[in-house]
Design a protein around this ligand. Structure first.
Ligand code: DC
Length: 432
């Protein structure tokens, strides 16, 4: 599992990270320490901090490693030597900025960070962890707090260290630092897609730790016994009546939020989409289906959520976003309504809108023959063979810096691309 934490200076990232790491038994990766370690090395070797080429070479040659001590503290090694204390010295702190703005250096350190995190359960912290290092982390948090609060925290910290500085001075510095963090050209501070924003203003460190742990726990409780039982019932029914065959189950992500985007021909489709899926899924069904108490209860119990059909239902869209951020899998029918003639229809932009907000994989899926089994208007189903094929995950990049009109166009483009992929799965299925 990977948890990435980002946010402005003074939002409490490192203290929170250390405590969450201890509670959840995760490896704590302090990316700032790596920039410090490189700076320390450069200073030790008298490298000119304006000589970008030499600094990039140094970054490429250096071996930085982070290990947890027995007491859980992080120890930083440079070429095998423990530099944990040295990298916190003021002359290092004051010089990191020269190193951290060199793209070649960042590239190398990001590579190292990914290598260190490989095969581990990790919580990592730093200004580009949610945007660059792990934009597809299982959880991305952005710890925020208003400027005054962050300045106040820094003020108290300095007072405790016996340093006397006026609050106004600290606040002014804070404002300047925020501005430069947001506006710098390399890895600027920004909220990544799908990030969970936690406003820590007025919260204690323990409160913030609890917020994060609660999120993560929700993620772990993805599985529910009743759903598993109903899924078993669906396996029996779909085998008996539709000889259901499933292809590409290996394409379903083992963890983290994802969308299954499938064609829509019949009321049977949600059952078919989820029956053999290795992960428990969430569905959206039109509001009127919940009006019968018994039926409403039944579909709710297997993770169906109501959606208003007319236009884009903002509530349902934000629920989809929330579920994905909590690491759940959801089923979306990009066409929104069932086909009338058995052909694939043009997608609505809704799925693009969701992807624009949450950076998660989309699994295109094609359901074959439910149009014959139970098309629109039929009261009962026919027993015909049905298949479902899950395609390879698609990841979409998304430009956040475009105007509303362009943004809306890109939602439609994403939706069209998803439908294309579904169309390709259909062609493969029909030619098989
Ligand atoms: O979090 P810290 O104070 O230890 O970070 C030290 C410096 O490194 C700080 O100037 C910001 C920079 N940094 C960075 O550029 N990218 C990161 N992922 C982490 C820290």
């Amino acid at each position: 599992m990977i948890i990435a934490i980002d946010g402005p200076a003074g939002s409490g990232k490192s203290t929170v990270c250390k405590r969450v790491a201890r509670r959840l038994n995760l490896f704590y990766l302090d990316t700032g320490a790596m920039y410090r370690a490189l700076t320390y090395s450069a200073l030790r070797q008298d490298v000119d901090l304006t000589d970008k080429g030499r600094l990039v070479n140094l970054a490429n040659d250096i071996n930085i490693d982070l290990k947890a001590s027995k007491s859980g503290e992080q120890i930083i090694y440079v070429n095998g030597v423990d530099v944990t204390k040295e990298i916190r010295l003021p002359y290092v702190t004051n010089n990191v900025k020269f190193i951290a703005k060199i793209p070649g250096v960042r590239h190398r350190l990001v590579e190292l960070q990914r290598k260190i995190a490989h095969d581990k359960d990790v919580i990592l912290e730093g200004r580009d962890t949610t945007t660059v290092v792990f934009p597809r982390a299982d959880f991305k948090f952005y710890l925020d707090a208003d400027q005054k609060e962050r300045a106040r925290r820094r003020f108290i910290e300095l007072q405790e260290k016996g340093v006397s500085v006026a609050f106004e001075e600290i606040l002014e510095e804070q404002i300047k630092r925020d501005e430069s963090d947001i506006n710098r050209s390399v890895s600027p501070l920004k909220k990544a897609r799908g990030v969970i924003v936690v406003d820590t203003t007025g919260l204690t460190i323990s409160d913030v730790v609890e917020v994060i742990i609660n999120y993560v726990k929700k993620f772990s409780s993805d599985w529910n016994l009743w759903y598993a039982f109903m899924q078993l019932v669906s396996v029996i029914i779909t085998a008996l009546f539709f000889k259901l065959r499933t292809y590409g189950r290996e394409n379903i992500p083992k963890r983290g939020g994802f969308i299954i985007a499938t064609n829509h021909s019949s009321h049977l489709d949600p059952i078919i989409a989820g029956s053999r899926c290795p992960r428990q899924l969430h569905y959206f069904a039109r509001l009127s289906l919940f009006s019968n108490k018994m039926f409403g209860w039944l579909i709710r119990s297997v993770n169906a959520h109501p959606i208003r059909r007319a236009g884009a239902d903002k509530h349902a869209l934000s629920l989809a976003e929330k579920l994905l951020k909590e690491g759940k899998g959801i089923v979306i029918f990009p066409e929104a309504t069932r086909t009338r003639d058995g052909n694939l229809q043009k997608a609505k932009p809704g799925i693009g809108f969701i992807i624009g907000r949450v950076d998660c994989p989309v699994i295109p899926a094609y359901i074959h023959n439910t149009f014959k089994a139970m098309p629109r208007g039929s009261k009962w189903f026919k027993s015909v063979p049905v298949t479902v094929t899950y395609g390879k995950p698609i990841y979409f990049s998304f430009d956040d810096n475009v105007n509303i009109k362009k943004r809306n166009e890109s939602y439609q483009k994403i939706a069209d691309q998803v439908m294309d992929e579904i169309g390709q799965l259909k062609r493969k299925q029909c030619n098989a």
